[in-house]
Design a protein around this ligand. Structure first.
Ligand SMILES: [Zn+2]
Ligand SMILES: [Zn+2]
Length: 178
């Protein structure tokens, strides 16, 4: 009985970590960074980036920083999830890290086997092919780990772009009247 309880807690910790981490990282870092920032776009969407760049395995401090800022969202919840299940928290972080590397293998001409692709589609997990669409067009395929974050992320992106436009208009008219 004890074992089943611990197992359930571990599974819950893994899912919560990945769900919450991807949620915070998408809505508070990734989307706003595409609207207001330049940093992620240059580092993550730049041309001539090799696999190591994308996979955050490089020593380039900016790539590491972009990766770190994205990863921070996953670490935010660890003190709380650690209480739920330490093993689950560790496995969750490892799976998150594994997914970062995996979703960037497209550049190595990787093709996800159809069986794995079907499972991922069923579970709304982002495949390398899907994430690659985001690299090619920064307005599509949000949700680093879970594809269901794409729809709300698109809405959030549109809203923030309106905010940015408004801000620029106000800023411009202020400059004109000054
Ligand atoms: Zn990427
Ligand atoms: Zn992006």
């Amino acid at each position: 009985m004890e074992v089943i309880l611990e197992f359930t807690k571990a599974i819950a910790a893994i899912f919560l970590l990945l769900l919450l981490g991807d949620c915070i990282s998408t809505f508070l870092y990734h989307v706003p960074e595409h609207v207001f920032g330049k940093f992620h776009t240059i580092v993550h969407h730049g041309k001539n980036r090799n696999f190591l760049h994308y996979a955050v395995l490089t020593r380039n401090p900016f790539v590491l920083l972009d990766g770190l800022l994205g990863a921070l969202s996953y670490f935010l919840f660890t003190p709380w999830l650690w209480q739920l299940s330490a093993v689950g928290t560790i496995i969750g972080l490892l799976l998150g890290e594994f997914h970062v590397v995996w979703r960037h293998v497209s550049i190595l001409k990787w093709q996800t086997p159809q069986s794995i692709k079907s499972v991922c589609d069923f579970l709304f997990i982002t495949t390398p092919e899907r994430h690659w669409l985001h690299h090619q067009n920064a307005f599509t395929a949000y949700g680093d780990i879970f594809s269901f974050y794409d729809y709300p992320a698109q809405k959030w992106l549109t809203f923030l772009r309106v905010v940015r436009r408004r801000y620029r208009q106000i800023h411009k008219s202020k400059q004109l009247t000054a």
